[in-house]
Design a protein around this ligand. Structure first.
Ligand code: DGT
Ligand code: CA
Ligand code: CA
Length: 580
């Protein structure tokens, strides 16, 4: 439970040191510790107690002492001391997309900017644009970043919402009187960001039973602030490991549980459409049921609401009023991709670049999930901060993978790469080396703020390469942190179809890139999706579900997703581009 907080503390120390211009080597080692701890599936306390923590490469003596202090006291003295050296609101500048520690250092030292408000004023006065390394363009980008930040505050990522939902669900399950629990709202629909988490509980009819459940929730240890508390509804801010989250809990009688699930899953737009259909059929639909005059014709079971309205059952992922109601009327809803259809992961890092375990560890973990293959895609040399592989190191890795495959049973390791796309659209490795690989994903990692024309041409050109099978995180967005590239989506989708190139659906909840609506455009153009977790650890493999949900929200069926194919079929898919 403590790993996330601790990881953040180390990152924050690195940020402050970087702003203060301290030793590069120490900054990097703090970042590394932050990453290792953040990715660890096991609680740091446990690893410390068993002495395993000291053995992890990258965690030196002084870091270990800080971790021990944190486990004992909940704080780190060095962290507090560092914070004292900077103005209290300075770090909030780091939350602006496009502002890193270097930028913060510059505006702090040169313009005495100590908060977002002050940054706004130096942008307005024009003095930021005159600062070396900034200029009009960068100032405009930072303005957009601030606007983006102000717009996006209050909404959280899917993983944060899910964590909150799991905490509350676990608690509710233990309370007496709860018969069924169902997550609803945008979380059940797996929308890309979540305003608040909605949870429904079915309970007996007595008012007291319902009150007790609400009290059990609002009195929970993790509740920070109770926003509302009644006999059937409680609303509270709860503290999860990563952020505060608003959770609404509603208790409903069992006989209207299905109707409530339907109503509170939304979306509002979808519900409006259903209500119209009900009215036309002389029925009334609300959170208690579907009624003909006073008689309830559906209520306990959600599926029956759809059935009685003359519709096929619409999965929560599709309930956005994007044509699903029409499709449900005409029996033409897609049969959505499911996690069980996934046969492998196309985007995985190892400790050869910036991951934290080796190839055989991650392959074994993938096999345990039930995958048939996994594609190792470490960074290429241009991604120096990520310890990208040189051509020689990649050649070595390919050999290593071939050898591992000889002994490994039940899973195939594909040799791959996440090769950088240069500014001119050329790639970081030459074709001869790429030809040795089983699968190539190519990605842009720099210059994301360039013009629409530049980022689009760059992507198009990469797809022309016969060895590029997939474009990773095509738009480069980081949810709540960095805007997507200004990519001409229609153009790149068209070109992907022509060049036999897939698009990644990056399953990391920070990315979800391609996003749902773009997935749908790609599918309609006949482009295949490749869902990849971008895992940097064994735990990272577990993010696949977010990618599957995003593809599903884009109406993807099994046939639209590359990693539902067998290993042999993947090979022939790759070959068909190379021999075209
Ligand atoms: P969020 O929380 O902003 O991410 O989005 P939702 O969809 O979870 O919205 P929320 O929490 O305000 O309400 C949950 C669901 O309840 C919503 O998706 C549909 C339903 N709902 C809430 N208010 C209304 C309403 O005024 N009319 C209709 N038809 N449905 C509503
Ligand atoms: Ca909600
Ligand atoms: Ca709500």
């Amino acid at each position: 439970m403590k790993n996330a907080v601790l990881s953040e503390l180390f990152d924050e120390m690195a940020d402050v040191m970087e702003i203060l211009g301290e030793d590069r080597f120490r900054i990097n080692s703090y970042r590394k510790v932050a990453r290792i701890i953040g990715d660890m599936p096991t609680d740091v306390e446990t690893l410390l107690a068993t002495g395993q923590l000291a053995k992890i490469p990258g965690i030196g003596k002084s870091s270990l002492a800080k971790i021990e202090e944190f486990v004992k006291t909940g704080t780190i003295t060095a962290h507090r001391e560092l914070l004292k050296k900077i103005p209290p609101r300075l770090l909030e500048l780091l939350t602006i997309p496009g502002m890193g520690p270097k930028g913060v250092k510059a505006v702090y030292e040169k313009l005495n900017v100590t908060s977002i408000a002050k940054l706004k004023s130096v942008i307005k006065s024009g003095s930021l644009a005159t600062l070396p390394g900034f200029g009009d363009k960068k100032a405009a980008a930072i303005t957009r970043g601030i606007e983006f930040l102000e717009k996006s505050t209050g909404r959280i990522r899917l993983d944060q919402a899910l964590e909150a939902a799991e905490m509350v669900t676990y608690l509710l399950r233990e309370l007496s009187g709860t018969q069924r629990i169902q997550t609803a709202g945008s979380l059940r629909r797996r929308a890309e960001t979540i305003g608040d988490v909605d949870i429904l509980v079915a309970a007996g009819k007595s008012k007291r039973a319902s009150e007790r459940i609400i009290e059990g929730f609002t009195n929970a240890e993790f509740v920070e602030e109770v926003l509302a508390s009644g006999s059937t509804k409680g609303s509270a801010i709860i503290q999860t490991e990563s952020s505060p989250v608003q959770v609404d809990v509603r208790v409903v009688p069992r006989e209207s549980f299905g109707a409530a699930a339907q109503y509170f899953t939304g979306s509002k737009e979808h519900n409006v459409r259903l209500r119209e259909i009900a009215i036309k059929a002389n029925l009334k639909l609300n959170e208690y049921g579907l009624f003909k005059a006073e008689r309830k014709v559906a209520g306990p079971v959600e599926e029956e609401i759809y059935q009685k309205l003359g519709l096929d059952y619409i999965e929560p992922l599709l309930r956005e009023d994007r044509g699903e109601v029409e499709a449900a009327k005409t029996n033409s809803l897609p049969e959505l991709i499911r996690f069980g259809d996934i046969k492998g992961d196309f985007h995985v890092h190892t400790n050869a670049s910036d991951g934290n375990c080796d190839i055989s560890e991650i392959a074994r973990a993938a096999k345990e999930i039930g995958y048939k293959y996994i594609c190792i895609t470490d960074h290429s040399r241009s991604s120096a901060i990520a310890n990208g592989l040189s051509a020689e190191r990649l050649a070595q890795q390919i050999k290593q993978i071939r050898k591992l495959n000889e002994t490994l049973k039940g899973i195939t390791i594909f040799a791959g790469t996440e090769v950088d796309i240069h500014a001119d659209g050329s790639l970081d490795f030459d074709d001869k080396l790429l030809a040795e690989l089983d699968f190539v994903i190519a990605a842009i990692h720099s210059g994301l703020a360039s013009s629409r024309e530049k980022v689009t041409t760059r992507t198009l050109k990469a797809m022309d390469n016969p060895y590029v099978n997939c474009i990773a995180h095509p738009t480069g967005r980081l949810i709540g942190q960095r805007e997507a590239m200004d990519l001409d989506i229609a153009a790149v989708i068209k070109h992907a179809a022509q060049t036999h190139t897939a698009f990644e659906v990056n399953a990391n909840p920070w990315r979800l890139d391609l996003k749902d609506t773009h997935c749908r455009m790609a599918i309609e153009a006949g482009v295949k999706l490749a869902i990849g977790t971008d895992a940097h650890s064994v735990a990272g493999l577990g993010l696949m579900g977010f990618g599957v949900a995003t593809a599903g929200r884009g109406w993807a069926t099994k046939a639209d997703v590359l990693n539902t194919l067998s290993a042999a079929k993947i090979k022939s898919w790759v070959k068909s581009k190379r021999t075209k």
